[in-house]
Design a protein around this ligand. Sequence first.
Ligand code: UDP
Length: 391
Amino acid sequence: MILFVDQTGALGGAELSLLDLSSEFRAESRVLLFKDGPFRERLEEAGVEVSVCDSSMDSVRRSAGIFSAGVALGALVNPVREVLRLSEASGVVYPNTQKAAFVSFLAAALSGRSTVWHLRDIITSPHFSSFNRRLIVYMANSYCVHVIANSQATLDAFREAGGRCNASVVYNGLKEEKFEAGREESSVWRARLGLPDATTVGIFGRLAEWKGQLQFVEALAECDGLRGLIVGEALFDGDDAYAEQVKNRVSELGVEDRVSFLGFRDDVPQVMAACDAIVHASTDPEPFGRVIVEAMLSRRPIVATRGGGATELVGEHNERGILVDGGDVAQLRDAMKMVSERSETRDRIVADGLEFARGNCSLEETVRKVRDILEVYGDITEIENEILASS
Ligand code: UDP
């Protein structure tokens, strides 16, 4: 039995990855969330057992220092207790986010449960205070039996920060059949979705400063006639102000008629299919970058910013996508112009991207690798019905 643990009820990339993974393990797992939200609903729809233990851990930021850590201690009691209770039936506790990992490591310190951490963040990035970094790495070295890193870049950062426990790289897996819409022309999907028929580039993901929607809008303003779709919404604390800033910038630049904010969409494959190219504009290294693989499976060319998992997925510049430097609006503009026009290079990038995504990022393969790792640490097929029934 596996107890997956995640800190949020929102649908970020980490949660969508866990949704796919836990659905494949649904007969032998359950998920514990520290916050309710649409993620719980999606898990339930997929037939995954879910428990929610609301906690005030949300108030503690990853970039925070020792004072906030003190405040957080009180908020930890309920989640730790819940992990201990639910993991009585589990061979393995499997935290999927930072705060979930911290709680799970504390539970492991008290109970000795095998804890496998799915690490989906580059922990040396500016998003983590040095205190938080040292604390989580110390806890992992002490109480984690295995780290599953979502890219080599994520694993390298963990090692650089002093992480010593066993670790493997397992790329996120996606189901290719979800992206069948991309076989059809973009104009067909624009008509179906009621979008204006013009050459279109899209940026997909939550609105957050480091995700680069602002740079996307500025680059788009310099590409005459090109339409832009901004797909996603602010999901986490503090990101609403940024979302407002992006909207204001669209007005200041006078490109309201060329930019559409579609909000959070459940039909990403269809919206990607309506685009002629996809942009990933993160200004800091992306740990993995699901949207890059999604663009490849949708048969659309990807422009991505260098660094982290994005470089691993795209390869060299012009190999399976166009690489630009994070934050460089002029490079982004030129790349957007290049990929929105048909050319041999564009077609080759799309073909090679599709082949790479199929060969390296299939859900089936990800599940197999995760299963192999978990089976080393516990009997994940064993279910203690008594515990499940009492929860
Ligand atoms: N996404 C979505 N609806 C939206 C915008 C984004 O379902 O409106 C999905 C997107 O398809 C991708 C995920 O959110 O699967 C974002 O994952 P990524 O790894 O790119 O970024 P993260 O959120 O992990 O930083």
